[in-house]
Design a protein. Structure first.
Length: 229
């Protein structure tokens, strides 16, 4: 059985390594390739792996790096031509923005170092949020972002602060008020958005009440789709 397709997070880590290596260093025996293989196997969505021995092993990582050789217009050799559409998309997305690529790779790696947090992030996310995974930052940082938005203690404190200041829980962007529209069933209902951009989010980021914004469900989805507030 074939291994699952590569996720964007995995490609971000692989491409970051690719730009650190010379073509002659791209092979399964390189310690950096082996280290990346180990990191990929700790990603919280690697649980879908079909073959533990073959899943993102050094040989597979070396082949993926060789796919980037085939895509790279600055490389005069051939590389491995069997690259995917997503491989090419990610390469072109970050080819001229390596600072962002490095920051995302570093933040993903830093998150993977927190074993307890990684376990928390293994929980599946709502099916209707799958389209958010196409964000430049990939799945892991998106899940970290949502994990922080759902910190009940902080969310409740934010609600109390907002109620004390404004007297209601209306959306901070469009002013929609669930209680006014739905009556008692809408009382106390509002969603919470973390303002910190995903590309800047690390596992050590301390969330304050000022980092949170109370918004309605529609505005929340639009913000996650890239709408600038």
């Amino acid at each position: 059985m074939r291994n699952p397709k590569w996720h964007k997070d995995e490609l971000i880590l692989a491409l970051d390594l690719y730009f650190k290596l010379e073509p002659g260093q791209i092979h399964a025996r390189n310690p950096a390739t082996i280290e990346l293989s180990q990191a990929l196997n700790t990603l919280p969505f690697s649980a879908t792996k079909t073959d533990a021995e073959r899943y993102r092993n050094p040989n597979g990582v070396g082949l993926k790096l060789s796919n980037f050789l085939a895509i790279d217009p600055d490389y005069k050799g051939k590389g491995m031509q069997s690259y995917s559409k997503l491989d090419e998309q990610v390469f072109n997305e970050f080819r001229n923005n390596r600072a962002l690529l490095r920051r995302l790779a570093n933040n993903i790696t830093a998150t993977l170092a927190h074993e307890k947090l990684v376990e928390e992030l293994k929980a599946p996310i709502a099916e209707d949020e799958e389209d958010e995974y196409s964000a430049p930052e990939g799945r892991l940082l998106y899940k970290l972002h949502r994990y922080r938005e759902r910190n009940r203690t902080l969310v409740n404190k934010k609600k109390k602060e907002h109620l004390k200041k404004h007297g209601s829980l209306s959306c901070e962007l469009c002013t929609f008020d669930f209680e006014k529209t739905y009556g008692d069933v809408g009382r106390g209902f509002i969603e919470c958005h973390h303002r910190t951009p995903l590309s800047e989010l690390t596992p050590d980021t301390k969330t304050t009440l000022n980092d949170l914004m109370l918004i309605c469900s529609n505005c929340h989805r639009m913000v996650h789709r890239g709408w600038t507030t």
